[in-house]
Design a protein around this ligand. Structure first.
Ligand SMILES: C[S@@+](CC[C@H](N)C(=O)[O-])C[C@H]1O[C@@H](n2cnc3c(N)ncnc32)[C@H](O)[C@@H]1O
Length: 255
C-alpha cells in the first residue's frame, strides 16, 4: 500500500462546475458523454451520485483484496479515471490497469488525470464500445461503476459473459448502478429523495428536469434483484450487496 491521494482529495481541487443543463434547452436531446460533459464530469458525478467518494473508496478497497499478482484490473466505462486512481493507491504493484471507454474526450481527460496523479504502474486506456468489440483477458478485478446502466438491456448478458470468460478463478466483478426499487411506491419516494439530494447539491429544478429528460432513453436502470439474477445467470457464484442508498446500489460478484 502507498500513500497516494484518494480520489476524494483529487476531486476536491478546483473542479469545473457542471452547468450542462443550466440554460433552457428548446428540444432536449439524448445525453452524451462528449466534450461538454467530460469537461465537468467530476463535478457532475460528485453532485449527482450519493456518497460518490465513499463508493469509490469501497471499490478501491474491494479491488485491493481481489486483485491477483500478474493479472489485469479493468475499469469498463472509466470516464476521467477516478476509480483507476483510487485503486492505484491500494492495489499492489505487479498488476496492470486497463481503462475502457467509448468517449475519446473522457479518455483524454483520464490520461491527463493519471499523469497528474503520477500514475506509476503499467496501464492502458482503450477506446472501445462495449456494445461491440471489447476484450477482457486475465482479469482478477473488473469494475463497472455506473456504466452497465448505459448499455442496451439486450446486450447486458453478453457483456457480462465476456467479463466472466476473461476472468481468472476467484476474480471479482464490482458493479455499481442506479436502480429501481422493488416496489412502485417506494420507487417513487426514492426518486423524490434523490431529486432532493440534487437540490441540496445546488442543481435547479430546470437542471434536474432537463437532465432527467436527456437520460430517459439512455440510462435504463434495473432492480437490484434483476442485476443479481443477471449475474447469477452469467455464472457468478457469490453475489453480495456492499452499498445501497435509495435508488443506488453496488454489488460484488465472484467467479
Ligand atoms: C457514468 S459514467 C461512469 C463513471 C465512472 N465509472 C466513475 O466511476 O466515475 C459512464 C461512462 O461509460 C461510458 N460508456 C457509456 N456507454 C459505453 C459503451 N457502450 N462503451 C464504452 N463506454 C461506454 C461513458 O462514456 C462514460 O464515460
Amino acid at each position: 500500500m502507498n500513500s497516494k491521494a484518494h480520489p476524494e482529495e483529487i476531486n476536491d481541487s478546483k473542479l469545473n462546475q457542471d452547468k450542462v443543463f443550466n440554460d433552457e434547452i428548446k428540444k432536449v436531446s439524448d445525453f452524451k458523454f462528449g466534450a461538454k460533459v467530460a469537461s465537468v464530469f467530476d463535478d457532475m458525478v460528485n453532485r449527482s451520485v450519493p456518497m460518490y467518494g465513499e463508493i469509490q473508496r469501497m471499490v478501491a478497497e474491494l479491488a485491493a483484496d481481489y486483485a491477483q499478482t500478474g493479472t489485469n484490473v479493468y475499469d469498463l466505462g472509466c470516464s476521467t479515471g477516478t476509480t483507476l486512481i483510487g485503486m492505484n493507491s491500494l492495489v499492489s504493484e505487479e498488476i496492470k490497469f486497463i481503462g475502457v471507454d467509448e468517449s475519446e474526450e473522457m479518455l483524454e481527460k483520464c490520461n491527463n488525470k493519471l499523469k497528474q496523479a503520477r500514475f506509476s504502474r503499467p496501464y492502458e486506456l482503450v477506446s472501445a464500445d462495449l456494445h461491440k468489440d471489447f476484450r477482457v483477458e486475465n482479469a482478477s478485478v473488473v469494475v463497472l461503476c455506473l456504466t452497465l446502466q448505459f448499455i442496451r438491456p439486450i446486450e447486458r448478458e453478453r457483456i457480462l459473459k465476456t467479463v466472466i470468460d476473461g476472468m481468472v478463478e476467484g476474480g471479482a466483478l464490482i458493479l455499481v448502478e442506479k436502480v429501481l426499487a422493488e416496489e412502485s411506491t417506494l420507487n417513487r419516494n426514492y426518486i423524490k429523495y434523490y431529486y432532493d439530494m440534487k437540490r441540496r447539491h445546488n442543481y435547479s429544478e430546470m437542471e434536474i428536469s432537463q437532465k432527467r429528460e436527456a437520460l430517459e432513453n439512455v440510462l435504463i436502470p434495473y432492480k437490484l434483484s434483476e442485476n443479481s439474477l443477471l449475474l447469477k445467470k452469467t455464472g457468478f457464484t457469490t453475489i453480495e450487496t456492499f452499498f445501497k442508498w435509495y435508488n443506488f446500489s453496488a454489488l460484488i460478484a465472484i467467479k
